[in-house]
Design a protein around this ligand. Structure first.
Ligand SMILES: [Zn+2]
Length: 262
């Protein structure tokens, strides 16, 4: 049985080793202002009295000005590019993907270019040139071409095997998906989530994975039930209160702005 005290013990181990347990937070599929989005922004703004930086993966094609207005008052939120239209372009029977193998590269790149432009037009400096491929899947041939459309960062799921690609694209992934997609998008459960958090933290501490990659929390505000919201609130509170935890801003992690590398 894994519980909150096990998380405290793992975080204490980081402190005893003189290390900061770094985290970052990505939430996917934003397009407009909804009650769920408001709840998400509230959770980010009020955790333990200090805002937690939130990277919102926004789907460019349907994104609207109501979403932009919602973020106006949320200082700690940036927008990442969640593909283009979040449309499944995979062949029949293949795993869902918008940017997977088999797509015409020039068409996919043109969509990404147009999506980046749309996010910059909507969000200005708050839009980071960081791609979050829908369903966390992207063809390696496309990764090699991302710099052609001025994308400088990439975020998928699972421990990264390098901090940049050969072409210099910065990689920072997520590791703790709180939704169980195979069980009708229900909450994974407190124990399941904590196992993922502690598992990644311990693997970093013992250098079985890249220790410098912050542990990435992945949420999807549109499908959260009360149990997911409750876990999220408790998780943010407990981690922000722990002296060895540092929540990182995506802008810093991807070392980028619309003007280029910092
Ligand atoms: Zn998505």
């Amino acid at each position: 049985m894994t519980d909150w005290l096990d998380l405290d013990r793992e975080l204490d181990a980081w402190g005893e080793a003189g290390l900061s347990a770094t985290f970052w937070w990505r939430d996917d599929d934003a397009t407009t202002s909804t009650p769920e989005l408001q709840r998400l922004l509230e959770a980010a703004a009020t955790a333990a009295g200090q805002p937690v930086p939130l990277a919102l993966a926004v789907i460019p094609a349907p994104a609207d000005s109501a979403l932009v207005r919602s973020l106006d008052v949320a200082d700690c939120v940036v927008a990442l590019q969640h593909g283009y239209a979040h449309a499944n372009r995979a062949a029949a029977g293949a795993k869902k993907a918008e940017l997977g193998a088999g797509r015409d590269l020039s068409i996919a790149l043109e969509e990404l270019r147009s999506g980046s432009q749309r996010l910059r037009d909507l969000f200005g400096n708050r839009a980071l040139p960081v791609l979050v491929p829908p369903w966390n899947r992207i063809d390696s041939a496309l990764i090699d071409r991302l710099a052609d459309v001025a994308i400088r960062g990439l975020s998928t799921h699972g421990p990264r095997t390098a901090s940049t690609t050969n072409a210099g694209i910065v990689l920072v992934n997520t590791h703790v998906d709180i939704v169980n997609w195979r069980a009708e998008r229900r909450f994974l459960g407190i124990e399941g989530c904590l196992r993922l958090v502690i598992g990644h933290l311990a693997a970093r501490r013992e250098e079985r994975v890249d220790a410098s990659e912050p542990t990435g929390l992945l949420t999807h505000h549109l499908v959260h039930g009360e149990d997911s919201w409750s876990f999220l609130g408790t998780f943010l509170q407990r981690t922000t209160r722990h002296p060895s935890v540092r929540w990182m801003e995506a802008r810093q992690l991807f070392s980028c702005s619309v003007d280029g590398p910092a």
